[in-house]
Design a protein around this ligand. Structure first.
Ligand SMILES: Nc1nc2c(ncn2[C@@H]2O[C@H](COP(=O)(O)OP(=O)(O)OP(=O)(O)O)[C@@H](O)[C@H]2O)c(=O)[nH]1
Ligand SMILES: [Mg+2]
Length: 657
């Protein structure tokens, strides 16, 4: 048995609190820290709680073991932040709602944890309002994971919710007490059967992975509690079972029980490092999982130390370490050095991004989660042009902090476009701009890059003749403007024979024609046209490049207007991913947005999920993710890529508005 699980000492371990939004992670984080004697501020009133938009870090010690706790945001819009934190955690606590109907919202997380081999415990929270048998919740959750779920506690019901619990392995009953450890009580006689059932179920699962245990069951010999605990720990680390605990963070119920499970079952940093493919021996090694710019400290790189230790001032990845901070309470404190296992904030590591590995020796490449593609965009602008440089500096830092955010400068529309994971995500970014950088920006729906084309060939004759003062200006052009097949762009030909337009002026005609298609009769770029200079006349003194350009511009403006112009709108190929119970709904949403459904199929990598493919006008996609999520318990997502331009026969007004 390792040092920490037998009691004192051991390296610091890291536990990440994850789960769907609003399941009570932040409340639980505060309750865990308070029970460990390192309280952070808790909102006086539960209703004052706001959605977490950022990872929160806390350090504490429980019964002699050092811990880092990571309170991850639950919203899908901040999922990348949570994924990065999970990448450095020894164990995850999946905080769930006590409702079978919400089990589906935990499914993507369970899949991620299994795929990444991250040991985890499920914590069914809010048992103060539990109003169905726990086995129904377990059954609903079990549908989303291959690992057997084993219940460690059976609730003792009194009126609404749970008043206490029976610990399944020790077979002891406890009564919850607010803000205190639960109190031992007599096992209620009507609970004995239920307890035995849970015990048998647990041992049966464990026996699947241990022959000695299996033999005992077959011979009807009761294994010792020590034996059961040992097997549980082993199976959890191996990913063979997932234990399920109960509690209510808001009322400090089940907090110490959870602490004990963490203390007993969470792997040591050495084991986690090995799981991540890191050699046990070698130079100091750390991995960055979050980057933040804080006012007075400058850039901070939050990192877990996988191997060795770090001293302030050490040279890492070519930069000198400019400070090590820890979070012993609500405030950050500077420390001279940090040890293996610890989660620290490292100062001033220029050029080091989230996911980077830092080593005092040879660099080691470790995997880090890929940021999800953006699904929502807003165009932003400063109210004062002279703030533009400041804005781009601030945005650069925000993107460095948050790889799931992107900034695009659209050359065609001239807009600065923020792209991210949803409305709440981008609003959080804009709020940060105001709070941290004192930058007020206005936001608008990004313009759709509409185009135009023509449907009819025309011949156009234009003549420029001007007599002003000295010598005048003269040019005469005859051009053919004709539609080209979609995607051909712009071509210019010249068919001048016999020097009707001298050679030297012809490039000017081509340039002016190309210039003119930047803005067609409807004000958008014109695509898929050919312009042919067929004839013209010139004047030996008054003709010039300038004159031929002016004449061509006139010819193009008049010609394009007569050539049956039409607007073209960009159509994207969209792939929507949803649990298959929402497939029909997703299809309706797409057709409601002028989408043309191409088909759907089950995702090979996600049993129970479908991909629906469709062609959808870009103009309809702006707030698509908001509606999709609201109709799919927040689970639906989509990818999109430009596919083609299509004629927009008067139906785009809604989108173009
Ligand atoms: N009844 C009950 N409500 C709780 C409990 N714990 C948290 N809540 C409530 O659940 C809501 C969300 O709590 P948070 O702790 O902010 O949840 P969270 O999981 O951190 O939310 P996000 O970080 O935004 O995903 C709040 O209204 C809490 O008061 C609990 O034990 N029992
Ligand atoms: Mg939270």
């Amino acid at each position: 048995m390792s040092a920490s699980s037998s009691g004192q000492g051991g390296r610091e371990r890291a536990a990440a609190l994850v789960g769907p939004y609003g399941s009570g992670k932040s409340t639980l984080f505060e309750a865990l820290l308070a029970a460990a004697g390192s309280p952070v501020k808790r909102p006086g009133d539960a209703r004052n709680r706001t959605m977490s938009t950022e990872l929160r870090l806390g350090h504490c010690s429980y019964l002699g073991n050092a811990w880092s706790l990571l309170d991850c945001p639950g919203s899908i819009e901040f999922a990348h932040e949570a994924a990065c934190a999970l990448g450095i955690a020894d164990i995850a606590v999946v905080v769930c709602e006590p409702e079978p109907a919400r089990a589906l919202t935990v499914a993507p997380l369970l899949r991620h944890l299994a795929a990444q081999h991250i040991p985890h415990i499920l914590f069914i929270n809010k048992v103060d309002v539990l109003d169905c048998p726990v086995r129904e919740i377990i059954a609903a959750l079990q549908a989303h994971t291959d690992r057997p779920l084993v219940l460690r506690q059976v609730p003792i019901r009194e009126g609404q919710g749970a008043a206490g619990y029976v610990d399944v392995v020790s077979e002891r009953a406890y009564r919850y007490r607010k803000g205190q450890a639960s109190e031992l009580m007599q096992l209620p006689s009507d609970m004995q059967d239920r307890e035995k059932q849970a015990y048998d179920a647990l041992v049966e699962v464990l026996a699947d992975h241990d022959d000695a245990l299996l033999e005992k069951i077959l011979e009807d010999v009761k294994p010792s509690t020590e034996e059961v605990y040992r097997q549980l720990r082993k199976d959890l680390a191996a990913g063979a079972v997932t234990e399920v605990l109960l509690g209510a963070g808001e009322h400090d119920h089940g907090i110490r029980r959870l602490w004990k499970a963490l203390r007993h079952d969470a792997p040591e940093v050495q084991q986690t490092a090995a799981r991540r493919g890191i050699d046990g021996a070698g130079e100091s090694l750390a991995q960055v999982f979050k980057t933040a710019y804080a006012g007075h400290t400058g850039k901070l790189s939050y990192a877990r130390i996988w191997r060795g230790g770090l001293k302030d001032g050490t040279s890492l990845a070519g930069s000198r370490l400019g400070g090590i901070w820890r979070m012993p309470g609500a405030e950050a404190a500077k420390v001279p050095e940090a040890q293996q296992g610890e989660v620290v904030a490292l100062g001033r590591l220029d050029g080091v991004g989230t996911g980077a590995t830092l080593s005092t020796g040879a660099a080691v490449a470790l995997t880090s989660p890929e940021p999800p593609p953006p699904v929502y965009a807003l165009a932003i602008a400063t109210s004062d042009r002279k703030d533009d440089v400041k804005l781009s500096g601030a945005l650069q830092k925000l993107v460095e902090e948050d790889p799931s955010l992107r900034i695009d400068h659209d050359a065609e529309t001239g807009e600065t476009v923020l792209r991210g994971q949803g409305e709440i995500h981008l609003n959080a970014v804009i709020e940060r701009l105001a709070r941290q950088y004192n930058m007020k920006v206005t936001t608008t729906r990004p313009q759709v890059p509409f185009k135009e084309t023509i449907r009819r060939a025309v011949h156009q004759h234009s003549r420029l003749k001007r007599q002003t003062g000295g010598h005048g200006q003269f040019a005469d052009v005859k051009i053919d403007i004709a539609p080209l097949p979609r995607g051909e762009g712009f071509v210019f030909h010249d068919r001048i024979v016999g020097g009707a337009v001298p050679r030297q002026y012809i490039p000017a005609v081509g340039e002016a024609a190309e210039d003119a298609i930047r803005k067609g009769p409807f004000g958008f770029p014109v695509v898929d046209v050919s312009v042919t200079l067929v004839d013209g006349t010139f004047h030996s003194v008054d003709s010039s490049d300038m004159a031929f350009k002016s004449a061509t511009r006139m010819a193009m403006t008049e010609g394009l207007a007569k050539a049956d112009p039409v607007m073209l709108e960009p159509i994207d190929r969209v792939t929507v991913s949803v649990p298959n119970e929402f497939t029909a709904k997703a299809q309706r949403l797409l057709t409601g947005r002028r989408g043309q459904i191409l088909g759907y199929a089950e995702r090979p990598d996600r049993p129970g999920w479908d991909d629906v493919e469709a062609l959808v006008p870009q103009a309809e996609l702006h707030d698509f993710i908001i509606e999709l999520r609201s109709q799919t318990l927040g689970l639906g997502s989509y990818r999109h890529a430009f596919d083609h331009l299509a004629e927009a026969r008067g139906r785009i007004e809604r989108g173009a508005a």
